[in-house]
Design a protein around this ligand. Structure first.
Ligand SMILES: Cc1ncc(COP(=O)(O)O)c(C=O)c1O
Length: 361
């Protein structure tokens, strides 16, 4: 009997599970294959081609005519690049939070200026644009998370931007678009966003380990770097020759190039529509199972759905035993979170709902 159980455990350990967490998102066979290419030198023409293609496509994904900087780091590195280069000691900063990643953004701001005002909203609720009326001519920067992954809330960024820029056109708007970029409508130009930071492993469905920061044209000249590795001026110097200042994670860059090709082949607008469709499909399906959604429809994230449950750890573990990996709560909430970003379609969501239905029936 013990032998059989060991065998079952071994089998389930080897079993390919369906990854439905809010990142890293599962990436395609094409991306996987691209990463198995032989390594190349990062000061070569071959690498410059890879990097040049990544830079060009990434600017399209950010919808910017400005500059894009690619780091070998997780998304937090790109956020740190955004904050550390454009915030000087004692600058007056407004940083907003309605979840764990907003709180982290506030912490990063606190690292670079003691003068940070935190606009705080409850977990599960969106940031209120009118709360940004406190921005004044002395505010140097406003920092916000677009899609608060920890709660499954999308913040009304366009409205926030409008208020911020009305109050002070020179105030920098710095946005964490980690779990929205490439899957949710995000438009640096139209929304007047000065600096945006994201990561590879979410809606772009590239391997984890690459950070991206985009900045409005001409802004880098005004940067005042405050750390060594994320000095944007160094990145800018090398960006001009399609290189990075330090040794990049070359196989990940191969993977990123391929993932961006997939985004372009699908078309960014179509991809955004698919994410909208899948989010609705997930929410409707959860309701049909009698489950309670943590966030109201109007501000629900299109890349992650949070479901209230009184035993979230149990539900997450049961799902895992049945081959579907979902995420638990982040922060003091009783929720599980299902990611539907990157390459996810209704087909994968059907598997989540089927499995969850059998568990909670
Ligand atoms: C909104 C948001 N910001 C920041 C991060 C941190 O990203 P990373 O772990 O890639 O540094 C995440 C990760 O899930 C996120 O969802």
């Amino acid at each position: 009997m013990k032998g059989i159980n060991n065998l079952i455990n071994l089998y389930s350990a080897l079993m390919k599970r369906l990854l439905m967490i809010p990142g890293p998102a599962a990436y395609s066979e094409r991306v996987k294959k691209a990463m198995s290419l032989d390594v190349i030198g990062h000061r070569t023409k071959e690498f410059e081609e890879v990097m040049g293609e990544i830079n060009a496509n990434m600017a399209k994904v950010f919808r910017t005519s400005g500059d894009v900087f690619i780091t070998t780091s997780s998304s937090t590195g790109a956020i740190e690049m955004a904050v550390s280069n454009f915030i000087s000691p004692n600058d007056s900063i407004v940083a907003a939070s309605n979840g764990v990643f907003g709180e982290r953004l506030v912490e990063i701001c606190n690292t670079y200026s003691p003068n940070v005002h935190n606009i705080k909203e409850s977990y599960g609720k969106p940031l209120r644009p009118d709360a940004f009326s406190i921005v004044n001519k002395g505010t140097k920067a406003v920092c916000v998370v677009h899609n608060e992954t920890s709660m499954g809330v999308e913040n009304p960024l366009a409205k926030i931007s409008k208020i911020v820029k009305e109050r002070n056109p020179d105030c920098l708007l710095i946005v964490d678009c980690v779990s929205s970029l490439g899957g949710v409508e995000f438009d640096m130009e139209k929304w007047n966003i000065d600096i945006a930071a994201s990561g590879s492993q979410k809606a772009i469905a590239a391997p984890p380990g690459i950070g991206m920061m985009a900045s409005r044209e001409g802004l880098v000249a005004k940067a005042k770097p405050r750390n060594y590795y994320f000095d944007v001026k160094k990145y800018d110097e090398y960006r001009k020759k399609s290189q990075t200042p330090f040794t990049p994670a070359v196989p990940l860059f191969f993977g990123m190039r391929e993932a961006l090709r997939e985004v372009m082949e699908e078309g960014l607008d179509k991809r955004i529509q698919r994410h909208i469709r899948c989010a609705k499909y997930m929410r409707d399906g959860a309701r049909k199972l009698g489950l309670e959604l943590f966030v109201a429809d109007e501000c629900a994230s299109k890349t992650v759905t949070s479901i209230s449950h009184d035993k979230p750890t149990w539900l997450k573990e049961e799902m895992y035993k049945n081959g579907v990996v979902i995420e638990g709560a982040k922060g003091e909430t009783n929720i599980v979170r299902v990611g539907h970003l990157g390459n996810v379609t209704e087909r994968e969501i059907d598997v989540v709902l089927d499995t969850m239905g059998k568990i909670v029936k």
